[in-house]
Design a protein around this ligand. Structure first.
Ligand code: ADP
Ligand code: ASP
Ligand code: MG
Length: 475
C-alpha cells in the first residue's frame, strides 16, 4: 500500500503528540506501507504568525521579541521530548535556531517597513510548517527510519503567484512531485513534507490558503498514484456537525467526494475547499482519522456509497465570522445584471472571497456574504465599482450574521427537503435573511443572525435525526 498521511496541527501540538504521531507512522512503515508524511504547523502557529505580522507592521517590536522567544521555547521543548538520539537532537536544535533567526529578520523587516505584503506574509507563514516538519523528520529518523525532509516546493508543489491562496500549476506539479517522491519511496525512504506551502516558478515561497496542508496531501497522493490519502486529525472523522458546537454530533462513516467538497466549502473540519479535488479527479479514497484513536474507522470519502448508507441530510455546518453586504437601488442603466457584473468583477480583482450571493433579476438587489475581515475592503471596492453607474444605489453592511449549511447527496431529487429545513427554522421563531441552494442540489445554505446560528444548527441536527446516526447506519 502506498499512502500519503497528513497530520494536522492539532496532532502535532507538543512533544508527546509528535512522538505519538511518529510511532504511528513507524507502525505502518514496518507493516510494509510506503508512506509520504505531510505536516502542518504546530497547533495555533499559523494564527500566531499572522498576529505577530500584524503587530510588527504597526511598530510593536516587543511583540516580535516575545513571539520569537515563545516560538523557540515551544519547538526546542518538543524537539527535546521527541528526539532521543543526541547527535540528531543537536543537529535539529541548530537548524531550528537558524530558521527562527531567519524568521526574526523577516519580522524586523516588516517592522521597519511598517507593512506586510502578501509575499512577505507567505514567506513568514512558511516557517510554521518548516519548523514542525523538521522536528517530525528528526523524530522519525531517531526512531530508525530513513527519512528525507522536503519543503512543499522541494516536493514539487509549483504554484502561480497568488500569494495567500496560490493555485498549484498542473500538470507541472504532478510531474515534479512524482519525479521527486517516487525514487525516495522505492529506496525505502520516508519523505517528510511541509504542508501548506509551495513555490512559484521564480522560486519564491507561496501558501495554498488556510487548511492548505490537506490540499498538499491530496496533490502528492495524486502525483504518486497513492492507494489512499489519510488525513489525521483530533476528532473521529467528519462529523454530522462541529463537535465543539453540537455535543450530539456523530461521525459520518462514508461521504461521497461531492458531499465532502460541499462540506469543505461550508467550512466543516476547517478543510481546505480544494483539498478533495485531486482525490476526486484521480479516484483516490480519502480517510479522515483520529490520531489519538487510530483503531476507529474514521470517515471514508469515496466516489459511491453503499445505497443503504445514503441519507437525505448528512451534516449541518455553521460559518461564523462573516458579513452581509447589500447593494440596492433602482433606475440603473443596464439594471441588476450590469451592477452584478461590475461588483463581482471588482470583488474578484480585489481577491475577496464571496462565500454566497443572491440577486434579484428585476430591481437591483444584490446580497453578498463575505468574510468579516474583508468587510472594509469590500465596502470600498463596491463603492468604487459602482461609482460610474447612473442612478442611485444604497450599499449596506451588517457583520452580525452567520451562514448555516445543510448537506447531503440524498437531497438531490428528494422533494420537500427545503420546506422541512425552513419550517424547522421557522418553528424556532428565527428569521432567515438570505437563501442559496447549490446548483448541484447537494446543499442548502442560508443566513441568520449570528446569535441564532447555534440554535438553528441544533434544531436541524435533531430534525434530520443526525444525533442517532450510529444506530441508523448500523455502525
Ligand atoms: P487539523 O489540525 O487536523 O487540520 P482542523 O482544526 O483543521 O484540524 O480541523 C479539525 C477541527 O474541525 C475539529 O477539531 C473540529 O472541532 C472542527 N470541525 C468543524 N466542523 C466539523 C465537522 N463537521 N466534523 C469534524 N470536525 C469538525
Ligand atoms: N497551518 C496552516 C493553517 O493553519 C495549514 C494547515 O494547517 O493545513 O491554515
Ligand atoms: Mg486543518
Amino acid at each position: 500500500m502506498r499512502i500519503v498521511m497528513k497530520f494536522g496541527g492539532t496532532s502535532l501540538k507538543d512533544g508527546p503528540s509528535i512522538s505519538h504521531v511518529c510511532n504511528l507512522i513507524k507502525r505502518y512503515h514496518h507493516h510494509g506501507y510506503q508512506v509520504v508524511v505531510v505536516c502542518s504547523a504546530m497547533a495555533g502557529m499559523t494564527d500566531a504568525i499572522l498576529e505577530v505580522l500584524d503587530k510588527a507592521s504597526s511598530g510593536d517590536e516587543e511583540a516580535i521579541k516575545r513571539f520569537i522567544s515563545n516560538l523557540l521555547d515551544r519547538h526546542v521543548e518538543a524537539a527535546k521530548y521527541a528526539v532521543s538520539d543526541e547527535k540528531l537532537l543537536e543537529e535539529l536544535l541548530k537548524r531550528l535556531r537558524e530558521e527562527i533567526g531567519k524568521l526574526e529578520k523577516v519580522l524586523m523587516g516588516v517592522y521597519y517597513l511598517g507593512e506586510t505584503t502578501p509575499k512577505s506574509s507567505d514567506y513568514a507563514l512558511s516557517f510554521g510548517e518548516i519548523l514542525s516538519t523538521m522536528v517530525v523528520e528528526k523524530c522519525l529518523r531517531s526512531g530508525g527510519l530513513d527519512t528525507q525532509f522536503l519543503t512543499g516546493g522541494e516536493a514539487g508543489i509549483i504554484t502561480d503567484s497568488r500569494y495567500g491562496s496560490a493555485n498549484p500549476l498542473m500538470p507541472m506539479t504532478l510531474e515534479e512531485a512524482k519525479k521527486r517522491l517516487l525514487p525516495l519511496l522505492e529506496r525505502g525512504v520516508v519523505p517528510v513534507v511541509t504542508g501548506f506551502i509551495g513555490k512559484n516558478t521564480e522560486g519564491f515561497t507561496t501558501t495554498l490558503g488556510r487548511g492548505g496542508s490537506d490540499y498538499t496531501a491530496t496533490l502528492l497522493g495524486a502525483a504518486i498514484g497513492a492507494d489512499e490519502v489519510w488525513i489525521w486529525t483530533d476528532v473521529d472523522g467528519v462529523m454530522t456537525a462541529d463537535p465543539r458546537l453540537v455535543r450530539a454530533a456523530k461521525t459520518i462513516p462514508i461521504l461521497t467526494y461531492e458531499e465532502a467538497m460541499e462540506l469543505a466549502y461550508l467550512g466543516a473540519k476547517n478543510f481546505h475547499p480544494r483539498a478533495l479535488e485531486p482525490a476526486a479527479e484521480n479516484l483516490i479514497p480519502v480517510r479522515i482519522k483520529n490520531t489519538f484513536a487510530p483503531e476507529k474507522a474514521g470517515t471514508l470519502v469515496t466516489r459511491h456509497e453503499p445505497p443503504l448508507l445514503s441519507r437525505i441530510v448528512k451534516a449541518v455546518a455553521l460559518i461564523r465570522g462573516v458579513a452581509i453586504l447589500t447593494i440596492e437601488g433602482a433606475g440603473i442603466v443596464g439594471g441588476a445584471s450590469r451592477v452584478a457584473y461590475e461588483v463581482y468583477k471588482a470583488m474578484n480583482e480585489a481577491g475577496i472571497n464571496v462565500i454566497m450571493s443572491s440577486q434579484n433579476a428585476s430591481q437591483v438587489s444584490i446580497s453578498l456574504i463575505i468574510p468579516q475581515s474583508a468587510l472594509q475592503k469590500a465596502l470600498s471596492t463596491v463603492k468604487r465599482a459602482t461609482e460610474g453607474l447612473e442612478g442611485s444605489l444604497r450599499i449596506e453592511a451588517e457583520d452580525d450574521v452567520c451562514v448555516v449549511g445543510v448537506v447531503g447527496a440524498g437531497m438531490r431529487g428528494t422533494p420537500g427537503v427545503a420546506a422541512r429545513v425552513f419550517s424547522t427554522v421557522a418553528k424556532e421563531g428565527i428569521n432567515i435573511r438570505m437563501i442559496a441552494q447549490s446548483s448541484s442540489e447537494l446543499s442548502i445554505s442560508f443566513v441568520v443572525k449570528a446569535s441564532d446560528g447555534l440554535k438553528v444548527v441544533e434544531a436541524l441536527h435533531r430534525e434530520f435525526g443526525l444525533d442517532k446516526v450510529d444506530q441508523q447506519w448500523g455502525e
